[in-house]
Design a protein around this ligand. Structure first.
Ligand SMILES: Cc1cc2nc3c(=O)[nH]c(=O)nc-3n(C[C@H](O)[C@H](O)[C@H](O)COP(=O)(O)O)c2cc1C
Length: 218
């Protein structure tokens, strides 16, 4: 079957990666300040959105989610400045990462998530609703589309979270993904490179699904 790429958005795939290849640190963009995030305790009892990013797409998607998510979004936080012990203060969490470390078994996002996943597995998030979104390139990296979704999903599941927000692969044009399990994505894949015009609609549908699956602020 011929894999046809749809190029709807700005094409930003640099073709730098091959399976298992790690980017040198110097090619990673330092996107946000490293100053530690101070959680506003009045914003607890709400939904927390945490994202990692290298070139900004995952943060942009987090902003779209915040805008359309029904209910109170208390915090939107870059994982690079987050304290993961704050997770327990939220009614629910929406967490997002890009995939950069093509074909790798672990450390797939090449963001600060990678170093925090072991500690996240040790948290007690018993029953807390958690949903994962991921940014990827279904055309340039179609065999590894949004692989990091699975890694985040499994870390939060190990912490006892109630994982929600699985989606159908219907309507996506990709070859394979580690984020597929039993015919479903373990979260919401987004492709700002080729299908940016679909992002808002996908997010809207997904956030409505999240509410029906228990993602609500008190
Ligand atoms: C070197 C490189 C490797 C990439 N590897 C993958 C990949 O394995 N799977 C995938 O779906 N997307 C891959 N991408 C696409 C990025 O995930 C995509 O551009 C994403 O929007 C980046 O998100 P960010 O701006 O939040 O960092 C790669 C892009 C580059 C430049």
């Amino acid at each position: 079957m011929i894999h046809v790429c749809r190029a709807r958005g700005a094409f930003t795939s640099f073709g730098l990666s091959s399976p298992g290849r790690k980017l040198p640190t110097s090619t990673k963009f330092s996107y946000l300040s490293s100053k530690s995030h101070q959680l506003d305790s009045s914003k607890c009892k709400a939904i927390g959105i945490y994202f990692g990013t290298t070139s900004g797409s995952t943060e942009a998607a987090a902003d779209v989610i915040k805008d359309v998510m029904p209910g109170t979004v208390g915090e939107i936080v870059d994982i690079s400045s987050a304290d993961i012990t704050d997770f327990s203060g939220f009614d629910g969490l929406i967490v997002g990462a890009p995939t950069w470390n093509t074909g790798a078994d672990d450390m797939r996002s090449m963001t600060d998530w990678d170093d925090k996943l072991d500690d996240i597995r040790e948290l007690n998030l018993d029953g807390k609703p958690v949903a994962v979104f991921g940014l990827g390139d279904s055309c340039g990296y179609g065999e590894y589309f949004c692989d990091a979704i699975e890694e985040l999903h499994d870390a939060f599941a190990a912490a006892g979270a109630n994982m929600i927000g699985y989606t159908s692969p219907e309507g996506y044009d990709f070859t394979d993904s580690k984020a597929l399990r039993e015919g479903k994505f373990l979260g919401l894949p987004l492709d700002a490179t080729n299908e940016d015009d679909l992002t808002e609609g996908r997010v809207k549908k997904w956030t409505e699904q999240l509410v029906t699956e228990g993602m609500k602020s008190a």
